[in-house]
Design a binder for this molecule. Structure first.
Ligand code: ZN
Length: 254
């Protein structure tokens, strides 16, 4: 699907929260991983975060995000934040939404974060007044994975685990499971052969081909040293070699 996203705050008068950890830093850290994982799963992702500009007001920062997301016409918009309240008072993860389809995502994403990081699940939270949720035209969620002013929450923060949980909540796919790859057999390199006709063979008149009695009692019928068939008692083997590294052999009969 087409996904648009923004990393919270980080420009002009739109500043993130700070406690034991820093919201602006962390939402960009785990957020980048979320987007990489979604892209690896084939989703098309558009960044709607405004560039850092000292002149930007809070209103302009928010409007930029909404206008870009609506411009791209995505199917899902993801706002990535980190929560804050009062030092060591509030704890846990929550995901905010403003529509029924948003609630479905919010419910799953919050539950996955809670399980993955061992955080209290505050669950989906209806926030119809939040600017980005209110004015984006597509399904939108705003992720608040933990409180940056709660020491215990911060000790549980792990960007990779968090990103994996968010992507699992959105797509149902666990990206921490590495798909099993069956190793391909190493290419067989066929040895080079001498193109001259060996001594002591019966050369077929008018050709470079020959018939060679073999020490194993069989008879080799050769185009040359690399391409021939061997007729034995009860079997026929075929050998091919283009003298350029590619060769094969197989029992064609017997
Ligand atoms: Zn925020």
């Amino acid at each position: 699907m087409i996904v648009s996203y923004d990393f919270g705050h980080g420009t002009g008068q739109d500043r993130g929260a700070s406690g034991y950890r820093n919201e602006e830093h962390d939402c960009r850290e785990y957020g980048v991983l979320v987007i990489k994982k979604l892209q690896a799963l084939g989703h098309i992702c558009y960044n709607c975060t405004p560039p850092a500009s000292p002149a930007l007001t809070l209103g302009q920062s928010l409007a930029y995000r909404v206008n870009k997301a609506n411009y791209y016409g995505s199917q899902l918009h993801i706002c990535m934040h980190v929560n804050a309240y009062k030092t060591d008072v509030a704890t846990g993860c929550e995901v905010e939404y403003a529509s029924n389809s948003g609630k479905t995502y919010a419910d799953k994403v919050s539950a996955e974060i809670s399980t993955a990081l061992g955080l209290t699940n505050r669950g989906p939270k209806n926030q119809p007044g939040l600017y980005v949720l209110k004015y984006t035209k597509m399904t939108a969620i705003l992720i608040e994975p933990f409180f940056c002013d709660n020491k215990s929450d911060c000790s549980k923060y792990n960007a990779e685990k968090l990103a994996t949980a968010i992507v699992k909540g959105i797509t149902g796919i666990d990206t921490s499971v590495v798909p099993k790859v069956t190793p391909k057999p190493a290419a067989q390199i066929a040895p080079k052969y001498d193109e001259s006709i060996p001594q002591g063979v019966y050369q077929i008149p008018g050709t470079k081909g020959y018939i060679e009695p073999r020490t194993d009692g069989g008879l080799g019928i050769h185009l040359n040293r690399g391409n021939y068939i061997v007729i034995g008692k009860g079997f026929i083997d075929a050998y091919t070699n283009d003298n350029n590294g590619h060769g094969d052999h197989k029992r064609i009969c017997g």
